[in-house]
Design a protein around this ligand. Sequence first.
Ligand code: FES
Length: 190
Amino acid sequence: MEHENETEQYHFKENSMSDKDGSVACVERASEEQLLARLEEILEEYKDKPGALIPVLQMAQSIFGYLPEVALKRISLMLNKSYSEVAGVVGFYSFFSTVPRGKHLIRVCLGTACYVRGGKRLLDTLKNELKIDVGATTEDGMFSLEVARCFGACGLAPTMMIDDDVIQRVKPMKIRTILEQYRSLPVKGA
Ligand code: FES
């Protein structure tokens, strides 16, 4: 009975790979030229809009999976901002990354509620299972592991996010099953 209840807590979205900006999930990876072409389309649309930098960076990260230098240079040019300003914004927000991430980003909540309800043990289990530390990516490029500070689901602690999915009341014994589910999903970033 308890087992069934735990399983129901998992908020697992089969189609979580689609991007809000219209870049679609696909098994094959696009070339850098194709990714840059998508970025160009976005820049054309946003270049004259005030406050465009952060939304454009978010969309660029969604397209590339991270923010490569070539994209930052293009953004800085098209939005008429200095490269150092763009790089400064990227460095300020932890959700931006200038290094490639795994196909799936795992973030474990270490906010107070989650911490006291087993968030640390959850993180240790993930580190053991993935054989990586926080901030690293698995050798096969499948998962990156990060920590976070509250997803607003404290009543259902401990929580973690995989990509856009919030997974609640996670039991360490369920980690392997959860990871297998994500391994079998189509990949993002094409
Ligand atoms: S402390 Fe983890 S969701 Fe709020």
